[in-house]
Ligand binder design. Structure first.
Ligand SMILES: Nc1ncnc2c1ncn2[C@@H]1O[C@H](COP(=O)(O)OP(=O)(O)OP(=O)(O)O)[C@@H](O)[C@H]1O
Length: 436
């Protein structure tokens, strides 16, 4: 396997401009959704690169824009040195024989009016791969290659199970003898046993034809079985990329650690706790500032001035976010009403902030801010907390940088791995989350 990338993606961006209705569009009330935000990636010859992240992180948008199935907003995609973003439509059609896409949910993407034979035969004709006289034989051969019977060519897509439909979609992609196949969640909708069969099929095809795959999944456990390297995506950005084993054995990025910990049957070697992320992925139309993951990050960096336990800074940040929207007074901070003197304790309780911070100075500043809020001066409390408990995760955007100690193949976008923020790391490693 050569180390020269087959496909190199640089600074890829994809924005969608949406409006709730025609009126909003006419009034200019449109929103820009930045689904892919400056992605750099490479896919090497014959390798499988897994791309994982929760639903809505931008995986399909990335896959579709790198193949120009949807036009990217910015960036370049070089396939064997040819910049696909600069190709004319006809040049792109020629490259499409080398780079194929297997869409999510093949049941919906296979034309119900075409027989399976015509579905697989269509790209053979479009790209002039075999003479018309050899088309049917080639279709039958492709069906056998993906584990279906040659006689299935006469049937229609609805006569097949989900797993079989996925095999048909793979056969269609293979028809033009590609070098790279982008598989968008190829097994997510299938039963576990069918998932395993399809993963084995993809591996066999890779061995036989030397294929490279971009394999998209929201579940890290599937990717572990098929990928040589893994890229982890969060809100339009790659936050962690490296060899599969390294990403699994040392899921250093807090988001990777959370995905890793969510695997239902953990590797017996894995001793980490289950990390439950708060809430869902925020809308890419309204991305958090700084590190996009900071609003859900279990390991957000505390301010350098204080020696704060990670639970405390998380709770304080949650409180700060709530206060940012708290125009209606105390009732939008606390769900139930309590006596004025009990408000500080009730807020600590509601936001999982310890009753006493281990850092006395921090505790005094927090107590003063809570007193201000209890007295009804929410703006003062908000300002005190914002100036005392700022975190670089909220203001500074982390860059995807190689991490020390590896072979240069692992990169992580997290301030915890940037020496410039070393003074923010808590003094007591016992209070740290399990991944660092
Ligand atoms: N055509 C579109 N118009 C507007 N917004 C879109 C469009 N396609 C995707 N989006 C939005 O872009 C964001 C990323 O979506 P995308 O489908 O790329 O994510 P994903 O990680 O592949 O998720 P899933 O696993 O659910 O497919 C989401 O917020 C989605 O709502």
């Amino acid at each position: 396997m050569s180390n020269e990338p087959l496909l190199r993606v640089e600074g890829l961006e994809k924005e969608y401009v949406t409006a709730d209705g025609v009126l909003d569009r006419l009034l200019g009330n449109e929103r820009t959704i930045r689904a892919v935000d400056g992605v750099d990636l490479e896919i090497r010859e014959g390798e499988t690169l897994g791309l994982v992240g929760e639903s809505g992180c931008g995986k399909s948008s990335l896959a579709r824009s790198l193949l120009r199935l949807t036009e990217p907003t910015a960036g370049t995609v070089s396939y064997r040195g040819t910049d696909l973003t600069a190709c004319s439509r006809s040049e792109l059609r020629a490259v499409r024989t080398d780079v194929q896409y297997v869409p999510q949910n093949p049941g919906a993407s296979l034309n119900p009016r075409l027989t399976v034979g015509d579905t697989i035969g269509e790209p053979l004709e479009v790209h002039d791969v075999v003479p018309p006289s050899e088309r049917d034989a080639r279709v039958r051969n492709l069906l056998e290659t993906v584990g279906l019977a040659p006689g299935h060519a006469e049937r229609y897509p609805h006569e097949f199970s989900g797993g079989q439909q996925q095999r048909i979609a793979i056969a269609r992609a293979l028809a033009v003898e590609p070098e790279l196949v982008v598989c968008d969640e190829p097994v997510s909708s299938l039963d576990v046993s069918v998932q395993a069969q399809l993963c084995n099929l993809l591996a066999d095809l890779q061995d036989e034809f030397g294929l490279a795959y971009l394999f998209i999944a929201h579940d890290l456990s599937i990717v572990a079985h098929v990928a040589d390297r893994v890229a982890v995506m969060y809100l339009g950005k790659i936050v962690d990329v490296g060899p599969t084993e390294a990403v699994f054995d040392d899921p250093s990025h807090p988001y990777t650690a959370a995905l890793r910990s969510a695997i239902p049957e953990p590797d017996p070697r894995w001793e980490g706790d289950r990390i439950v992320l708060e809430g869902a992925v925020p809308s890419p139309g309204d991305c958090p500032s700084g590190c996009r993951f900071h609003t859900r990050c279990p390991s957000v960096l505390p301010p350098a001035e204080y020696d704060l336990e990670s639970d405390a800074i998380r709770g304080i940040l949650r409180l700060r976010r709530r206060l940012a929207d708290a125009e209606d007074g105390l009732e939008s901070v606390l769900a139930t009403s309590v006596a004025d003197e009990d408000v500080p304790a009730a807020i600590r309780d509601a936001f999982d902030i310890p009753t006493e911070l281990r850092d006395d100075d921090a505790d005094r500043v927090l107590a003063d801010a809570l007193e201000a809020i209890a007295a009804g001066d929410i703006a003062d409390g908000r300002a005190r907390l914002a100036s005392a408990f700022a975190t670089p995760c909220e203001t500074d955007r982390p860059r995807l940088e190689p991490v020390d100690g590896g072979d240069g193949d692992r990169s992580i976008a997290c301030h915890r791995f940037d020496d410039a923020y070393a003074d923010h790391l808590p003094d007591d490693p016992e209070t740290e989350t399990p991944h660092r």
